[in-house]
Design a protein around this ligand. Structure first.
Ligand code: ZN
Length: 386
């Protein structure tokens, strides 16, 4: 049966190739070599000869597709016993290969000289943080590395198995490409993959060491890449580190409780003050200088709650990363699961109470909404009388 299907596919494949070549003005009858290849009975075998085993496939990817293999780092306990391993994909190697692609170089160059409307914020480099950044101010054309961290379960998280197989992943993308490319998977690189239990046991300082060592070299010395046969040095630095609030506070060395005392990594707001004031001017913003002072104070653990700081961040090793500004707000939790539904609820309730709109009218409006393909399965929401 398999042989039959295979032969059927091959016969039609021959016809398909021959038809399209002839359609494009290439007469296959005039090229006996190509005809022989296409009509050969072991065509697929010949075509896949270079990748017929997992080992050969890997070697092929390494030699022809510039695959950068992960490096496995061993974690040991204080007594020297092996705890486990985690994978790290060397950033320098990836950047060297990535930036030697002609289309990537062209894109980075185009981005460098792009005319920007000063009235709009369309990219990280349009903002004050970039313009005043101690590294990017001096190296405006250096690569901007935007990191992202998240945790995920690789099995269905049920009962006792919950968190057992949880993985923690670090990815990055290069901000010098046009934003339309940045969400594509091929432009998002994996840097590090580790079990969450190892992070809890060994600490981020140990796990992130190989990554931070490379980031330090990238910001100070840069890397040499070859473009069109010409060697050039490019620098790169960590621009932002996105994560959910809990992970951002863990990475930044801030307290990880959001229900009392100082809960913000950008300012000195307390949980209760945030319910009474809503403008930035009403709060004292954190700064690298003040943070330095806070770190000294929290050497006495009693002061952790006073400043909302747990201790130094592993990212402080980088000369140019500022933990008080480098972790962007967590839009998913702050807005989509926080302020937005609450605001919608209050506005709708008030509009209904003041008789501007009835429940039936609101439901009719909701029916008219165009729901995107991905959300079609979600039940159409509607308001009910209570
Ligand atoms: Zn704040």
């Amino acid at each position: 049966m398999t042989t039959f299907l295979f032969c059927y596919f091959k016969e039609n494949y021959d016809a398909f190739m021959t038809y399209h070549l002839q359609e494009n003005g290439f007469n296959i009858l005039e090229c006996p070599e190509l005809r022989e290849v296409i009509q050969s009975t072991d065509f697929f075998e010949k075509a896949s000869a270079a990748v017929r085993s997992p080992y050969m496939l890997k070697e092929h990817c390494k030699s022809k597709l510039m695959l950068v293999e992960p490096v496995y780092h061993i974690l040991r306990s204080e007594s020297g016993h092996k705890i486990g391993t985690y994978s790290y994909v060397p950033i320098t190697e990836v950047l060297k290969h990535y930036c030697s692609h002609e289309d990537i170089v062209d894109e980075i160059q185009a981005n460098r000289y792009m005319d920007r409307d000063p009235n709009y914020l369309s990219d990280f480099s349009d903002g004050t943080y970039f313009k005043e950044h101690p590294f990017f101010k001096v190296n405006p054309h250096a690569l901007r590395l935007h990191f992202y961290e998240d945790e995920f379960e690789v099995v269905i998280p049920l009962g006792s198995k919950r968190t057992k197989h949880k993985l923690c992943a670090f990815y990055y993308t290069i901000g010098n490409l046009d934003s339309k490319h940045r969400s594509k998977l091929k432009h998002i690189h994996l840097a590090l993959l580790v079990r969450q239990t190892f992070v809890n046991r060994c600490g981020l300082q140990t796990i992130l060491k190989p990554m931070l060592d490379e980031l330090k070299i990238l910001e100070i010395d840069g890397i040499t890449i070859k473009v069109d046969g010409i060697e050039q040095t490019i620098h790169a630095a960590l621009a932002t580190f996105s994560a959910d609030n809990l992970s951002a506070h863990m990475l930044g060395g801030f307290t990880m409780s959001f229900s009392s005392n100082r809960i913000c990594r950008f300012c000195m707001a307390t949980y209760s003050e945030m319910k009474e004031h809503f403008n930035e001017e009403d709060f004292v913003l954190r700064s690298p200088e003040a943070h330095e002072y806070h770190l000294k104070c929290v050497e006495n653990p009693e002061h952790k709650a006073t400043y909302g700081v747990n201790g130094p961040s592993p990212l402080n090793e980088l000369k140019y990363f500022d933990v008080t500004k480098g972790f962007p707000p967590d839009i998913m939790h702050d807005l989509l699961e926080g302020v937005v539904p609450l605001t919608v609820k209050l506005v709708v309730c008030q509009a209904h109470k003041e008789k501007h709109i009835t429940i039936q009218e609101m439901n009719e409006e909701l029916q008219q909404l165009h729901i995107g393909q991905n959300d079609k399965k979600t039940d159409q929401c509607c308001f009910q009388r209570d």
